[in-house]
Design a protein around this ligand. Structure first.
Ligand SMILES: Cc1cc2nc3c(=O)[nH]c(=O)nc-3n(C[C@H](O)[C@H](O)[C@H](O)COP(=O)(O)OP(=O)(O)OC[C@H]3O[C@@H](n4cnc5c(N)ncnc54)[C@H](O)[C@@H]3O)c2cc1C
Length: 499
């Protein structure tokens, strides 16, 4: 630490007699963490540093020519409570918008045509037998192989297994390639032969462990869910996915506004943390004096605790000297990028429309697309009357060049594929490209052990915490939970009880 840094650090310490906590990163994970921390420990002085000039991280909404576009996060799942609870806490109840139930179906591309995913097929297992028996997506052999799943024994080994190996073992190669691989690719953009089932979709590993057959287990939980639904019929109900009518970006924006206006935390934009080190205490003993954080302008401040919610590469470099195992795991996390292309047409330009939420594309189609959403069916208020708004995903491990080729080339490529799939004629009314290089951490084989080692180290490192999408889920609810958990760790380390 330089003399200058020492003076600055001491200056900021004198400015506040309250204990200071730095939250790094103003994406949903960091904002949720700052919010939670300010609620359970209002006595702390919480400061959030965000590298860019805006909060929200990858989340971004925009309006173009009457169309509402979501650059990345489109909606969030409600089967887990964390994102929904946060929205309610922030007063978003009137804005929660359910998906349009009339268009529940998802389609799968096969030989450049769209076929409905068999009704009741949930990510990697069927819940209804008749639609599986009649789907044109599988051959007779493929269907019989799927049915065999009902009598296959469970796997003995508890070792991590790839999603590809698991599904091929249980349902056969055809069901994997034609149904599961496109669904998983559409969500994670990763390589299913390397994605760890236990780290990415643990509930399916648990189904096999508990009930042996996935089909049987899914049917059992559907029955249970129906019973709960009947019992809850009178209460407030939400669809499987929800969005916000004012756009998903209003969630991080409101969080930041409320943190500031209610004096819960200070949000400092354009502040990039570049160095984190242990501070020395008054006697010079290393480690008891909190943390020193340096920003990209060279200014250093002292904090009693640090909660890092940056993407994993930044966390990897910040933690290098203070938590080497965490640093190594974060820096070694492979990430893929995604591009989202919005296209709008007049309804009559779409000659082969399909009534559904969207479609997924198997890699064997070779067109580089991962998936598409019919945004104007899913959330009708997003497009003017008489128009169709499409949201196409490209990139992932499948076509990394989508992130680097010129935007106009990417647009032409996606437009050509869209024309072929939906029979679109003429030019789009509106188009938009948003690219997110390295935005999706992949939980590849070995992830469980890496996260266990990371947790062990952080548990043994008081007043230091980590949140974000590289930990235990990439979806918005999991990010909110990671922020909540990290805030609770910091509060507990500072001797403050969460209740
Ligand atoms: C294209 C796309 C579509 C998605 N769609 C959905 C969806 O529909 N539903 C869903 O649930 N999830 C979706 N996700 C996943 C989800 O949106 C993300 O996992 C989540 O928003 C990540 O939030 P985060 O705060 O962890 O990270 P980020 O959003 O990446 O935020 C991290 C922040 O840290 C800042 N930062 C970086 N380095 C520093 C530093 N050194 N100092 C200070 N600040 C720093 C960055 O500027 C950024 O603002 C999608 C993701 C992508 C990429």
């Amino acid at each position: 630490m330089t003399n200058n840094a020492n003076e600055n650090a001491i200056e900021s310490e004198n400015a506040s007699s309250r204990r200071r906590v730095a939250v790094l990163g103003g994406g949903i994970s960091g904002l949720a963490a700052a919010w939670r921390l300010s609620k359970i420990a209002p006595e702390l002085d919480v400061v959030l540093w965000e590298k860019t000039g805006r909060v929200g991280g990858v989340i971004g909404s925009k309006q173009i020519d009457g169309f509402h576009l979501e650059a990345s996060v489109d909606n969030f799942i409600t089967t887990v409570p964390w994102a929904l609870d946060l929205c309610k806490e922030l007063g978003f109840e009137q804005e929660l918008t359910s998906t349009n139930n009339r268009y529940r179906r998802t389609f799968v591309v096969r030989k450049r045509r769209l076929y409905p995913l068999p009704d009741g097929f949930m990510t990697m297992a069927p819940t209804k037998l008749y639609p599986m028996a009649t789907t044109p997506l599988l051959s007779l052999f493929g269907k019989l192989r799927c049915a065999l799943e009902l009598i296959l024994p469970r796997r003995r080994s508890q070792e991590e297994e790839s999603i590809a190996a698991f599904v091929t073992r249980r349902l056969g190669r055809e069901a994997f390639e034609r149904l599961v691989e496109p669904l998983v690719g559409g969500i994670y953009g990763g390589d299913a032969s390397r994605l760890s089932l236990q780290a990415t979709l643990p509930r399916f590993a648990e189904m096999e462990r508990k009930d042996r057959s996935l089909i049987w287990s899914m049917k059992k939980s559907q029955k249970k869910a129906k019973k709960v639904k009947r019992e809850e019929e009178s209460g407030a109900r939400y669809s499987f996915f929800l969005t916000l009518s004012s756009g998903m970006e209003s969630l991080p924006r409101r969080l930041a506004e409320r943190l500031e206006s209610e004096n819960r935390a200070r949000v400092e934009l354009n502040r990039e943390a570049v160095k984190l080190e242990k501070a020395s205490d008054a006697n010079g003993a290393n480690g008891d004096g909190g943390w020193l954080l340096t920003d990209s302008t060279g200014k250093t401040e002292r904090f009693d605790a640090v909660l890092c919610a940056t993407p994993s590469d930044a966390a990897g470099s910040l933690f290098r000297s203070v938590a080497p195992i965490t640093s190594e795991v974060c820096a070694g996390t492979e990430r893929t990028g995604t591009a989202i292309v919005h296209l709008a047409f007049r309804n009559e330009q779409v000659k082969r429309p399909v009534a559904g939420m969207g479609f997924v594309v198997p890699p064997s189609e070779g067109n580089g697309l991962l998936a598409g959403s019919f945004s104007s069916f899913k959330y009708p208020s997003r497009a003017p009357e008489g128009t169709t708004l499409l949201r196409i995903f490209v990139g992932g491990a499948r076509s990394p060049d989508s992130l680097t080729i010129p935007e106009s080339e990417l647009l032409d490529r996606v437009l050509a594929e869209t024309r072929a799939l939906l029979g679109v004629e003429g030019e789009p009314l509106m188009s938009d490209v948003a690219r997110f290089p390295n935005a999706m951490p992949q939980y590849y084989l070995g992830r469980l052990d890496a996260i266990r080692r990371l947790r062990e180290e952080l548990d043994a490192t008081p007043t230091l915490a980590l949140a974000g999408n590289a930990l235990e889920g990439v979806g918005l609810p999991a990010c909110v939970k990671s922020g909540n958990d990290a805030a609770e760790k910091i509060a507990a380390d500072l001797g403050i009880s969460a209740n």
